[in-house]
Design a protein around this ligand. Structure first.
Ligand SMILES: NC(=O)c1ccc[n+]([C@@H]2O[C@H](COP(=O)([O-])OP(=O)(O)OC[C@H]3O[C@@H](n4cnc5c(N)ncnc54)[C@H](O)[C@@H]3O)[C@@H](O)[C@H]2O)c1
Length: 458
């Protein structure tokens, strides 16, 4: 593409940005005008950060039509080369390769970028890319700080560009059907009084990551890109390299397990409840990985006000034990309980044994499939009068026949083309993520934090 065409296309996209400014959720209507007039139907895609999650997203999007993989950026030479080669092998053209994101955004004419850098880089990269006229898909957690996340929403508003946050469950048909139809329309749970969620990981899956030293960036690069954040002038090269590879373990670079794993699921509590919680209490410890900055295990309780009465959500992230059923969220009501997960294996619905309402019509319509009738546990220690009638177990519909991140990327692409509304735009993502930033402080100080606007505002 000539310099002149590139400039015209950029000017055109920037004009679209001005027109969209201030129309946050209405942006797709504006964008449809932009998309209709687009010089090319293909979206020119840039990747920022080419580590593990970049590979997951690329695998999930490689079958989506109309994408031209134009440029990649990473400060690690072999990841940059690996990503570029994968794109070339699959699509024929070698993308532009950049160590520096600003340079990529300056030189390339991109419509959308996907950001999969460590959490402390999300806000600067998102703001730069939005300002450069790109629509952005940025991985969760939005940022390592609440201020960073707020700056992303402000940039989204200022530029009128789209910002999708990578809480992929929001576009997952199983989650959408369960919320819209089973919980909200059919009221299958009755009154939801409690929620429970967990991500349990074994010690073996929680170890420090190690990468061959010879392929890691040099000291100058690591300092230039802020891997000494909060510890300026105090770190050896080996400390810097450890922080680069294991950024999740450091307080100045990430929010630790509660934001890395918990964010996925606490987002579901807030999305399903349709509101922010009113308080959080938490407890955590460095019980096994004793020298880590972040807690290795955290348990917390959020309290909610709902139109039907109070509700509370218990969440635990464990990095020392995998037993106890993996990762799921459960919504426990007076008539039924939905246990939902990205993994079908952890997904079920239970009908309360004493519930008056029959679920047979839902079974007859093929919506639910009964897998087990409730049976009281036998044994000589059973005392019937102590126990509730056992619940029946059903299978939850809505399995996915594609990678779990694909529907979320498809939603983003459709929104950029003016054909859909984002399922997890920056503003809604931050409304839901804001309470998560307060879990570590609550656990650190063993206190209950009662939220005010100052804690949660976007
Ligand atoms: N949605 C999900 O299911 C999910 C799953 C895993 C990870 N994630 C998120 O994806 C993001 C990346 O995680 P990951 O596991 O791929 O991490 P990673 O460490 O494997 O990859 C990060 C990459 O970013 C590069 N990088 C670092 N700083 C950079 C900079 N300033 N400019 C350019 N490149 C830079 C690194 O060299 C590395 O290749 C995180 O925010 C994480 O929370 C989301």
């Amino acid at each position: 593409m000539s310099e002149e065409t590139k400039t015209n296309r950029r000017d055109f996209l920037r004009k679209g940005s001005v027109a969209g400014a201030g129309l946050v959720l209405g942006a797709p209507a504006i964008l449809s005008a932009e998309a209709k007039n687009a010089p090319s139907d293909e979206l020119r895609v840039g990747f920022i950060g080419c580590g593990k999650q970049h590979e997951v997203l690329f695998d999930a999007m490689k079958n989506i039509p109309g994408m031209r993989y134009t440029a990649v950026a990473d400060i690690m030479k072999n990841r940059l080369g690996g990503s570029a080669s994968r794109i070339k092998n699959m699509f024929g053209d070698m993308p532009g390769r950049y160590f520096d994101v600003e340079e990529m955004l300056e030189k390339e004419d991109l419509d959308v970028v996907f950001i999969t850098t460590p959490d402390f880089w999300h806000a600067p990269h998102t703001v730069m890319a939005l300002e450069a006229g790109c629509h952005v898909y940025c991985e969760k957690m939005m940022s390592d700080t609440l201020e960073g996340a707020r700056s992303m929403v402000a940039a989204m508003d200022r530029t009128g560009k789209l910002l999708q946050i990578g809480h992929q469950r929001r576009s997952n048909p199983r989650y959408q059907f369960t919320l819209d139809y089973l919980i909200n329309q059919e009221k299958i749970c009755g009154q939801i009084v409690n929620m429970n969620g967990q991500w349990n990981r074994a010690v073996g899956s929680s170890q420090d990551i190690s990468v061959k030293e010879s392929i890691l960036p040099d000291e100058k690069t690591l300092l230039k890109y802020g891997f000494d954040k909060g510890q300026e002038g105090k770190l050896s090269l080996s400390d810097l390299r450890h922080r680069f590879v294991n950024w999740r373990l450091y307080k100045d670079l990430s929010g630790g397990p509660i934001s890395d794993l918990g964010a996925h699921q606490i987002d579901i509590f807030n999305w399903f409840m349709g509101t922010q919680p009113k308080s959080v209490m938490a407890s955590g410890g460095r019980n096994h990985f004793k020298s880590r900055e972040h807690f290795d295990n955290v348990m917390c309780v959020f309290e909610y006000d709902t139109p039907e009465g109070g509700a509370r959500a218990f969440y635990q992230v464990l990095t020392t034990t995998s037993a106890g059923g993996g990762y799921y969220e459960s919504f426990m009501g007076t008539e039924g309980t939905v246990e939902i997960s990205e993994r079908a294996a952890y997904t079920n619905i239970y009908r309360e044994g004493g519930c008056d309402r029959s679920w047979d019509p839902l079974v007859q319509r093929g919506i639910l499939k009964k897998v087990a009738s409730g049976q009281a546990a036998g044994g000589s220690d059973a005392i019937a009068s102590y126990e509730s009638a056992p619940p029946d177990q059903f299978e939850l519909p809505g399995g996915l026949s594609k990678p779990p991140h694909q529907p979320h990327i498809e939603n983003f692409v459709a929104a950029v083309r003016g054909q859909a509304k984002l399922t997890c735009d920056g503003r809604h993502a931050l409304e839901s993520e804001a309470p998560i930033y307060w879990v570590n402080p609550a656990a650190e100080n063993s206190e209950t934090i009662h939220f005010t606007d100052e804690h949660l505002h976007v």
